[in-house]
Write a protein that binds this ligand. Structure first.
Ligand code: GLP
Length: 243
């Protein structure tokens, strides 16, 4: 694992964007796994700038997002499809047909989940997976549990995730209780993983995830077993780690 310690959020966003940009330059038809949450927003802004400057070309890029709330239509302003459209896709020259987010309106779980795995396989697998991390160590919506969930599945959100994510909704009652998410195996199959983490609020979980035991109670800890992980984290997030 490579750890880049950055000064602050802006620096983290810049450095992580450089890694994604290098991936796009080196392999213009890359398959990118993308993430939502507030952490990657600065990184996406930087990718938009690089695209507008002609430094990176999304024309042949394919994307797969980690997750989507079940029951939210794509036009709902808290759906992850909407997030991706407004924060990235609408501003770069990506072919929307090549952008994928699990279908939160699909009521047939098998179609939603196996269908997503099949699409990833048909695209040749994920070259680079971008990840954020929830305050409880979740990646995508793989919540702390007694076992690692494997493939794309429907997951119940934990109470702590509902609490963490309610800031985006009008009220706590509006937060969906479940989501389709790539599983741990889906994520671990990515050739390269880049995780972005920022802020003092993540300091405890960063230490547990990257320097504690590998356990499904801290889902991100599984990343310690991946052969090519880059953690881009700011000083606050790394303040409890000796790096
Ligand atoms: C959500 C997403 C995760 C994301 C996490 C952290 O629950 N499902 O993929 O990593 O939130 O979000 P933030 O970056 O806002 O802390």
């Amino acid at each position: 694992m490579v750890i880049y310690k950055t000064k602050d959020y802006a620096d983290m966003s810049h450095k992580a964007a450089n890694i994604l940009a290098a991936q796009i330059v080196l392999k213009p038809n890359s398959v990118l796994g993308l993430a939502t949450g507030s952490t990657p927003e600065g990184l996406y802004e930087r990718l938009i700038t690089l695209n507008k400057q002609g430094e990176i070309d999304f024309a042949n890029i394919t994307t797969f997002n980690l997750d989507e709330y079940i029951g939210l239509p794509p036009e709902h302003d808290q759906s992850y499809r909407y997030f991706m459209q407004t924060k990235l896709f609408d501003h770069v020259n990506v072919n929307l047909d090549n952008t994928h987010v699990p279908n939160g309106m699909e009521t047939n779980e098998v179609l939603a989940c196996q269908g997503y795995e099949d699409l990833i396989a048909q695209a040749g697998g994920i070259d680079l997976q971008l990840l954020g991390m929830g305050p409880n160590g979740h990646i995508g919506f793989n919540e702390p549990d007694d076992a690692f969930a494997t493939d794309t599945h429907a997951a119940m959100l934990t109470e702590s995730t509902i609490q963490a994510n309610k800031r985006f909704f009008a009220s706590e009652a509006d937060v969906p209780r479940s989501a389709y998410t790539m599983g741990i195996r889906t994520i671990m199959r990515a050739k390269k993983i880049v995780m972005v983490v920022s802020g003092i609020g993540k300091a405890v979980i960063v230490k547990q995830a990257f320097f504690g035991p590998v356990t499904p109670h801290v889902p991100a800890s599984i990343l310690q077993l991946h052969p090519d992980v880059v953690l881009v984290a700011d000083e606050e997030a790394l303040s409890l780690c000796n790096v």
